[in-house]
Design a protein around this ligand. Structure first.
Ligand code: HPA
Length: 238
């Protein structure tokens, strides 16, 4: 099975015959959407819920990843709306995330390995993302840029100007609130993962105002990313 994990702006996959399904995991219930016909190996998981009702710090990431594991998902592409800190990924552009720094603060349930019967395991993070899956995406869309390093804040508030200067000084190129928690758990679950970031704004203080791209542009980017993910996950035996 293959999964698309959608985020802000990609809370639904319109135009595909997907059926909602509740998956019950040890960590809680998750609503996913299962494909049919030529999409029968597809799972769509909207990480904020299909009504976008869960803020980043309230998402049950463990249940989400456990649900994918229970459904037999081996490859997943996560889609992440971000703010741009460096010029690597400018607003309106799509790129592949190369690495992350987790600055979410430690209050999130971000591991399956909680000791005792759940073991003590330290998953290696030298290769965060699956190179084969990334190459496949790049082959299908050579215009994808290297989005660089993702800083994961806890949110839900946006950053201060001083925080963005600090993140820039750490070498962060983009900022968002979900990827580090989700991708850590996907690594622990052994799911091959790639991350598509799309920028919807310049982070605060980088340009004069925090201007977000408009809904029509977001809809176009969503379309492009959806097709790209479906192509990379379902149409390729590479
Ligand atoms: N900061 C944090 N998360 C975000 C931003 C931002 O500027 N834009 C989109 N997600």
């Amino acid at each position: 099975m293959k999964a698309i994990i959608g985020g802000t702006g990609v809370d639904t996959l319109d135009g595909y015959s997907l059926q909602p399904k509740q998956v019950i995991t040890d960590y809680g219930k998750v609503e996913v959407f299962l494909g049919a016909g030529r999409y029968e190996t597809l799972v769509f998981l909207p990480r904020h819920g299909s009504q976008h009702s869960l803020p980043p710090h309230m998402i049950n990431y463990r249940a989400n990843v456990a649900a994918l594991r229970q459904l037999g998902v081996e490859e997943a592409i996560g889609i992440y709306a971000v703010g741009s800190i460096s010029a690597k990924l400018e607003p309106g552009c799509i790129g592949l995330v190369s690495d992350f720094i987790d600055l979410s603060g430690g209050s999130r349930a971000n591991t399956f390995f909680t000791g005792g019967e759940h073991q003590v395991v330290h998953v290696a993070m030298d290769e965060v993302f699956d190179q084969t899956l990334q190459q496949r995406l790049l082959h299908l869309d050579p215009s994808l840029v290297d989005a660089g390093v993702y800083a994961c804040t806890n949110g839900p508030r946006l950053e201060t100007k001083a925080e963005i200067r600090y993140l820039a000084s750490l070498g962060c190129d983009i900022v968002g609130m979900t990827l580090a928690t989700e991708v850590s758990l996907l690594r622990e679950a052994g799911t091959k993962t790639a991350a598509l970031a799309y920028s919807i704004n310049w982070a605060v203080g980088i340009q004069h105002a925090v201007a977000f791209i408009d809904d029509a542009q977001i809809a176009r980017l969503k379309d492009r990313m959806t097709h790209l993910c479906l192509d990379a996950l379902l149409n390729s035996s590479r």
